[in-house]
Structure formats: C-alpha cells, structure tokens
Write a protein that binds this ligand. Structure first.
Ligand code: GDP
Length: 362
C-alpha cells in the first residue's frame, strides 16, 4: 500500500513503458527494431537515443520528431519507449515481473504476404495469457508488387502515392490479417479506424526496409501506453530498484555479471541486492553498474562505463560477487533500507511462481 509511503510521494514519476517485439521467424522483428533505432539516431539530437544493456531507449522528443504531425509531445507525459533488443517468444516468456510479463506492451510483427504462421499464433496465445496490450505491425508493405516507396513516410501519404491496384492489393492482405485476428478472438481494425485500442487491436502497415509506417507505429505505441498504462507506469524513482535478469554473462575483468532490465526504482553502485538463483536467493553487493560506452570511445577503452546509479525503466549490467548461480528471468531486488529477510522472501515467492509457470509450459 503506497499510501503509507506519503513521504516518498514527491519522488513519484512516470517511467518509460517496456516494449517487446514478437512474431514468426523472418517476418521482420530484428529489422523493425533496427529501423526504429536507425530512425531515432537520424532524427534525434546526438545522444538522444540511449543504448542500454539489452535495450534501447527512445525518448518522447525523438518519437515526436520521427512522427512529425502525428505526435504532439504535449499530448503525452510518458517519457518515451524502452525497446527490449532481443525479439522473440523465448525472451518474452522468460522475462517476467511480479508474475506477469516484463514487457508492458508488445508489437506483433506479421509479414503482409506470408500472413499468419505457427509462431504468429503462438505469440498471440502468449499475449492473451499474459494480458499484454499489443498492436500488429503488418510488415513488408514495400514488397507488394508495384509498390512505390517513400522512405520513412507516414502511412497516409504513402497510400496516396500508390495506384489503386497496388493499394487494393495491400488492403486485401491487411483484411486477411484482420480476419485471422478475429478468428483468434481478437477484434481488430486498421489503426486509423479503431477508436478503442483496449477492445480493438490496431493494425499498422509498415516496412522495416523503407521505414514507411514507422511514424504511425511509434505514435500508436505511445497512444496505447498513454491511455491504458499510465497508472502502472507510476513509480517511486528513488525507491529500491526492482528488475529481472535478462542474461547471465561472463565479462572479462568483471567476472559473472547479470544483464538486468530495471522496471522500478533505482539501483546504486553501493547497494546490496537479492538475486534469484538456481538453488536459493543470492545475497550480494553491487561491485559495478555498467552501461555500454558510446561506439566512438570503444577503441581506446573498455566496452562499458561505470555509472553511480540508474533508474527505471532501463537495461543495466550488474557486476557483483556470487552471481554464478543467477538465472535468466529471475528477479533482482535492491535491499537498501528494507529488511533483508523480507526481500529474500519476496524473491523466493517470485522464484516459486516462475517454477510453477515453467512446469505448466512443459
Ligand atoms: P526476424 O526473424 O523476424 O527477426 O526477421 P528479420 O528482421 O531477420 O527479417 C527477415 C528477412 O526479411 C531479412 O532478409 C530482412 O531483410 C527482410 N525484411 C524484413 N523486413 C522487411 C521489409 O519491411 N521489407 C522487405 N522487403 N524485407 C524485409
């Protein structure tokens, strides 16, 4: 109950929603992430997008400059979007927070020509079970025969540049996707027709190759987060950090490290942590908090730079003793001024949840 916590209220802020990308192999998940990162680098001021460990943060001002007229930054108070860099179902299902999905929202990528495939159905099932709001990116629109591409254009303008034959061919494919979604129990529509994204899944035509529709995709993601997730994004930023292990990695000079997505509070370089382990919770002290160093500096220095603290939502590499038994998907909790036993119990409870779910998935 946060009401007992009134003193900490003034540090409440809205964090960045965490976004996952799902879909069938080769439908363009990686390309779409690359395109979003690439557009953000071109549009933003230098350093405006930040490469985290395992994730990319795209701030609101960059989104609004990519989206142009589609986004008025005054309409939003969430700070942007944090994309998890590893697309796919395995990372989605292993990455959890407090029993739910770690990702707050998802993009389901479907190749417009290839349509629904086994992993598309699998992804839908995962999204349904985890009750994760999502939109569908109907990708590869540039491969519709006769397509006339306008790089990085919003969909509306690009539609107008097509002949009737080409646009009706695209429409046919899009309606097939909408029909498939409906067969799976999701009411869906082209995103500019659906008013209520809570009931309606928005379908956004895009090309990860030409960037067409990417402005729309980012706009719809911001809108979805803003309208339906605002309360969940309210965190006490200065509170003890809470996160999920993305990957356990050996790192030269640092020993075993955990790449972690932080979804609540702050981790500091002098914090004590409890981390989910293979046998039992690991109690340890942070040795270093590491972030990727900007590309230009890597030649002369280590790939990582140390930071004193980091706040949610973000991706961070944590170096600490005793991490050998840490597991991907396990919880990470900062102890700080909390009771150590209580934190250990929370981590144990979360580990028990993970074990039950893993058993259910067979
Ligand atoms: P993933 O397996 O879902 O991550 O798919 P990839 O991003 O690796 O893409 C699979 C292939 O499709 C690659 O050869 C990409 O270049 C290609 N591809 C992805 N998106 C598009 C697109 O929008 N248009 C075209 N023409 N090709 C694409």
């Amino acid at each position: 109950d946060t009401d007992t916590d009134a003193g900490a209220r003034n540090s409440t802020s809205l964090r960045t929603p965490i976004v996952a990308v799902l879909g069938h192999v080769d439908h363009g998940k990686t390309s779409l992430l690359d395109k979003i990162r690439g557009s953000a680098v071109i549009e933003g001021e230098a350093g405006a997008i930040t490469q985290h460990i395992g994730a990319t943060a795209v701030p609101l001002d960059v989104i609004s400059s990519i989206a142009g007229d589609l986004v008025d930054p005054d309409d939003f108070d969430l700070p942007g979007l944090l994309f998890i860099d590893t697309p796919g179902h395995h990372s989605f299902t292993t990455l959890r927070s407090r029993g739910g999905a770690l990702a707050d929202i998802a993009i389901l990528v479907v190749d417009v020509n290839d349509g629904f495939q086994p992993q598309t159905l699998e992804a839908l099932d995962i999204l349904k079970r985890s009750e994760t709001p999502f939109i569908v990116a109907a990708n590869k629109i540039d491969t519709v025969p006769g397509w006339n591409a306008t790089e990085d254009s919003p969909i509306n303008a690009t539609y107008e540049a097509q002949t009737d034959r080409v646009s009706s061919r695209l429409d046919e494919s899009l309606y097939e996707i909408i029909g498939n979604l409906s067969d799976e129990g999701f009411s869906a529509d082209l995103y500019w027709r659906g008013q209520n994204f809570q009931r309606n899944v928005g379908v956004v035509p895009v090309s990860a190759m030409t960037g067409e529709g990417v402005p729309d995709l980012l706009t719809v993601m911001m809108g979805l987060s803003q309208r339906y997730m605002k309360e969940e994004m309210e965190i006490d930023v200065t509170g003890p950090g809470v996160g999920t292990v993305l990957e356990v990695k050996e790192e030269k000079g640092f020993g075993t490290t955990i790449d972690t997505v932080l979804y609540d509070g702050t981790i500091r370089a002098d914090d004590q942590l409890v981390v989910g382990g293979m046998n039992e919770p690991i109690v340890t002290d942070v040795r270093a908090l590491l972030q990727p160093r900007p590309l230009a500096e890597i030649r002369t220095e280590s790939r990582f730079e140390k930071v004193d603290e980091i706040s949610a939502a973000s991706g961070i590499k944590i170096a600490a003793p005793e991490l050998e038994d840490a597991m991907a998907g396990a919880p990470v909790r900062v102890v700080r001024n909390r009771d150590l036993d209580e934190v250990i119990q929370e981590v144990e409870a979360e580990l028990a949840d993970i074990a039950v779910d893993t058993a259910e998935e067979g």
